[in-house]
Design a protein around this ligand. Structure first.
Ligand SMILES: C[S@@+](CC[C@H](N)C(=O)[O-])C[C@H]1O[C@@H](n2cnc3c(N)ncnc32)[C@H](O)[C@@H]1O
Length: 340
């Protein structure tokens, strides 16, 4: 019996919907009618890896959203753990989740309610307090390599919430922000969530998925700058993690100094080999290695869907190891041929 169970479990294949895997432990916060949770659960074929929460009680939720009851019934069948009355700004103390850690913590379109015009500074402050409180709680609830995702509008006045700065105050660093497309999540109905039109969708317009990771070094960053682009932040992330791969100018002294200092241990062997073979330090080899690593890094960023840059270094280490093994094998083969 145990054997059969183990075999079935082993045969389970991982399923990915955008940035979410059926193997992730996922916490959804501030859900509306639970249609986003249901979308993931139906795609995975199970919701056993999902904890979905709302601020609303069950009674209030089923009154607010006409499809909530049906969605909750389906989620229950798929094995979701649903909790009502969870305040995102206090959730780290919630009895049912305080001991758990997650690979993804997602808050879709956080909003503190419709209390006037969105441009109103007091209202923006309210929204910021909600998101800041969420970050403060979620930052301690991540598993290693975990990510916090916030879907949010990027046009004014929503960009004035300045998610990145709120995150950095809570040791979270923006990994990247990518355009959010609702059609990627079949069945998801975004809800206003407040007021007499709470069950209606709000116009999404320009919006993005903001992905944050935990970083002990980014508190300093929050005092240095408030606005920046994700490209700039990716650089900050790399700096925080000593991944200063491509700084400096190719061919200049600055480049060589940095390269030797930080990546020397990875590549010095190849350069020494070239020097020993050709009797001179070959500039073009250094230049071409740099270019190849840069190309590899760009490719890694494109296909790795948010994996930290430190994974790229691991990958380089592995390549180096294999490459050294291959050279050893070649040397032995040459030796053998010479002796024959
Ligand atoms: C614009 S609605 C979005 C609802 C849902 N996430 C969606 O995408 O359809 C904003 C949501 O934030 C929730 N919210 C507001 N304050 C909250 C808090 N302190 N803790 C948890 N959720 C909160 C509301 O209950 C509401 O569901």
């Amino acid at each position: 019996m145990v054997c059969i169970k183990v075999m079935i479990e082993e045969e389970e294949t991982e399923k990915w919907l955008k940035y979410y895997s059926s193997f992730h432990q996922i916490l959804l916060v501030g859900e509306g009618d639970f249609s986003f949770t249901l979308c993931l659960a139906q795609f995975f074929g199970s919701a056993s890896n999902i904890v979905a929460t709302t601020l609303d009680s069950y009674e209030s939720l089923t009154k607010k959203y006409k499809r909530a009851k049906r969605n909750l019934e389906l989620l229950e069948k798929l094995g979701a753990f649903v909790i009502h009355g969870v305040d995102a700004t206090k959730m780290k103390l919630h009895t049912d989740i305080k001991m758990r850690k997650f690979d993804r913590i997602v808050f879709n379109f956080p909003h503190a309610g419709f209390h006037g015009r969105e441009q109103n500074l007091q209202l923006i402050k309210k929204h910021r307090m909600l998101v800041g409180g969420f970050f403060n709680n979620a930052s301690g609830m991540l598993r290693p390599n975990g990510e916090i995702h916030v879907n949010h509008k990027t046009s004014a006045p929503f960009c004035q919430w300045n998610l990145e700065e709120l995150a950095s105050r809570n040791s979270l660093l923006l990994l990247e922000s990518v355009p959010f497309k609702i059609e990627d999540y079949p069945g998801y109905n975004n809800k206003r969530g407040d007021g007499w039109r709470c069950d209606e969708p709000f116009p999404l317009g320009e919006c993005s998925t903001f992905k944050f990771i935990f970083s002990t070094r980014c508190k300093k960053m929050s005092t240095n700058h408030s606005h920046s682009t994700s490209v700039k932040n990716r650089t900050t992330f790399e700096q925080n993690n000593q991944v200063k791969l491509f700084s400096g100018h190719v061919g200049s002294t600055v480049y060589h100094d940095k390269f030797r200092e930080e990546f020397g241990w990875l590549f010095s062997w190849y350069f020494t080999h070239v020097e020993e073979t050709f009797g001179l330090h070959e500039e073009r080899v250094v230049y071409n290695v740099h270019k190849a690593v840069k190309r590899g890094y760009d490719r890694f960023v494109t296909i790795s869907s948010g994996r930290p840059s430190s994974d790229f270094i691991e990958f380089l280490r592995e390549l180096r190891h294999l490459s050294l093994k291959r050279i050893k094998w070649l040397e032995q083969s040459l030796d053998g041929m010479r002796r024959r």
